[in-house]
Design a protein around this ligand. Structure first.
Ligand SMILES: Nc1ncnc2c1ncn2[C@@H]1O[C@H](COP(=O)(O)OP(=O)(O)OP(=O)(O)O)[C@@H](O)[C@H]1O
Ligand SMILES: [Mg+2]
Length: 571
């Protein structure tokens, strides 16, 4: 039924009554649609409500919902008695919806073939003769709602206001939906971040537990190597061994040496490796290693190293750092079986962008080893620092290289960072602390000439581990000492207080009751005439007692002799 007949003919009473009933019905439909729009949370639902309700509200022969898509008008949905333009895009400059959105004004066109804004070709193939186009969104419209009739007619004010109300509520609903989707995206992003942080935390905790376990095992094993070396050295020092026994002793010694290296790498991973850090010049260190790295990597590989000569001195154990660099270079080689270039660069970290979040505070130098080899996926990268994780064929990798490097830099107060992409390559960065002036001058483990065997008086050996104690005692006897053993520092102190006069005290550090360092300090205070040598596998002793003479476990016969010789000279 026509709302306002274009011919303005008089209407009968019954037509008027029917019209008012009809209008009430339409207002009810409109109210329902507005209520529905108020509750939606997505743009798709807004479009669907408009599609389902708009036509009935104005009794049109068709409606369309149009979205602005940059320079185009996208006819996203329609409800019409015959197909219109659903799914099509028209240049915004050449369609009525484009005009309505640009001007942000409702358009009423009684005859589509009599209005310059209408692209007549698009309409000629349809049933449309008159139309209304209402922009959605103000002050900038981002959509439009079109209503079409098959007759030439001027739409009534009621119809236009109804469509405008619908458009206003739809605009608010779309804004809300956009807000919700941004919020949802933010929540999703935040959840992902949290998940990643949890995963990182889980990985760190796992490594911490693995580290502690490895540390305990390696520490105990390290202790056990001391009596093994002691016994083997004593045996081989005997001149009267037959050839077969000699070979067997040598084999056992070689195996023990390999075990010592393995344990060292494990201790390094567990950050319990006794380190000998000093202010180290990275430029010189890398320069000195150049040939060694190239020959280790083989003829297909080139090393491009650039470490500035004025790079700040770092605080590191040069030998251990060399091992770590060598392992990174070998890893790079293995990632490029066809050959290639490995780049080694270093710079002082000044820019915050170059500092990983988890890097401990302080000044650092970054040493980066880069290859463009096979690379690793995320999971392999995360696992690569786990001890014994290797993807190399049996016998070609122990899976301890990166774990050792990771533990080493952490123990030095830095960190290791791995960036890798499958098919692109890998960059391993070692962040190493810059040496502070005050760190110089820490006493290093004593080394000296071997001690010729002769009568040297009494040695007191204090260790709670019976095997280590008796093994060391045997070595001391061999070096010419008469030996008294004590199981605890208290017992040792008691013996001295009761009149024992040892020429030297050799003590373990970690013992129940009084530690070796406490024992040594007490002796230094009360009996400064007695030289004390700490034997320890405990790395923290460096920070606990930097001034005390010490020897790391496991030690060989001649290392013990050399330490004692150097200590007796200065004592
Ligand atoms: N530069 C690299 N490119 C690609 N993968 C690498 C790289 N470095 C390490 N990896 C991966 O990480 C694993 C662990 O490396 P890691 O150095 O700890 O042990 P390994 O090289 O396998 O054995 P090891 O160093 O003890 O001889 C490697 O097996 C390899 O899968
Ligand atoms: Mg390796």
């Amino acid at each position: 039924m026509e709302v306002s007949p274009p011919n303005g003919a008089l209407q009968s009473e019954s037509a008027k009554a029917s019209r008012s009933g009809d209008l009430t019905d339409r207002w009810t439909k409109l109210t329902l649609a507005l209520e529905q729009l108020a509750g939606v949370d997505s743009i798709d639902k807004v479009i669907e409500i408009l599609r389902q309700t708009a036509r009935g509200i104005v009794e049109a022969d068709g409606i369309t919902v149009v979205l602005k898509d940059r320079e185009f008008c996208h006819y996203v949905a329609e409800d019409a008695r015959e197909p219109l333009w659903a799914g099509q895009r028209f240049p915004a400059s050449h369609c009525v919806s484009g005009w309505a959105m640009r001007e942000c004004q409702s358009v009423s066109i009684p005859d589509v073939f009599d209005d310059p804004r209408v692209p007549v070709d698009a309409y000629r193939v349809t049933f449309v003769r008159s139309m209304v186009m209402i922009p959605i969104g103000a002050p900038k419209a981002f959509a439009a709602l079109g209503a079409y009739w098959s007759k030439v007619r001027a739409p009534s004010d009621d119809e236009i206001s109804m469509l405008e109300m619908l458009a206003r509520t739809a605009a608010t609903a779309i804004e809300n939906a956009r807000l919700i989707s941004t919020l949802e995206a933010r929540v999703a992003e935040r959840t992902l971040e949290l998940e990643q942080t949890h995963e990182q935390l889980r990985q760190t905790q796992k490594m911490e537990i693995v580290g502690q376990l490895t540390g305990h095992v390696a520490h105990d094993f390290n202790n056990l190597l001391t009596p093994i070396f002691a016994s083997l050295d004593l045996l081989s020092n005997r001149g009267n061994l037959d050839e077969r026994t000699k070979r067997n002793v040598q084999r056992a010694t070689d195996a023990a040496e390999r075990a010592r290296l393995l344990v060292q790498r494990l201790l390094s991973f567990a950050r319990r490796q006794p380190l000998k850090p000093s202010a180290t010049n990275l430029h010189t260190l890398v320069g000195d290693m150049h040939d060694l790295i190239e020959s280790t990597m083989g003829p297909r590989m080139v090393l491009i190293a650039s470490v500035p000569a004025d790079i700040p001195l770092i605080w590191a154990d040069a030998n251990q750092l060399e091992l770590a660099i060598l392992n990174l270079a070998v890893n790079a080689r293995d990632a490029m079986p066809e050959g290639g270039a490995v780049t080694l660069t270093a710079f002082a970290v000044q820019d915050d962008a170059d500092r990983p979040d988890s890097l401990p505070a302080g000044d650092h130098v970054c040493l980066a080893v880069r290859d463009n080899g096979a690379g690793m996926d995320k999971e392999t990268t995360a696992r690569s620092i786990e001890p014994f994780f290797t993807t190399k064929p049996l016998g070609q990798g122990t899976g301890l290289g990166l774990s050792m490097a990771h533990g080493l830099v952490a123990q030095l107060g830095g960190m290791m960072d791995i960036e890798s992409k499958r098919g692109i390559g890998t960059t391993v960065k070692l962040f190493l602390p810059i040496a502070k002036k005050t760190e110089e001058g820490i006493a290093q483990p004593v080394e000296g000439e071997a001690l010729p065997p002769q009568d040297r008086g009494l040695a007191l050996i204090v260790d709670d581990d019976e095997l280590v104690r008796s093994g060391t005692a045997e070595m001391l006897i061999d070096l010419g000492f008469e030996v008294i053993e004590a199981e605890t520092a208290h017992h040792g102190l008691d013996l001295i207080n009761r009149g024992l006069k040892p020429a030297i005290v050799i003590t373990d550090h970690l013992m129940p009751g009084m530690t070796g360092t406490e024992f040594a300090r007490t002796l230094k205070r009360e009996r400064p005439d007695i030289p004390v040598l700490l034997i320890s596998g405990y790395q923290n002793i460096q920070s606990v007692a930097p001034d005390l003479a010490r020897l790391w476990k496991p030690f060989r016969h001649k290392e013990l002799g050399a330490s004692i010789a150097s200590l007796l000279e200065v004592a």
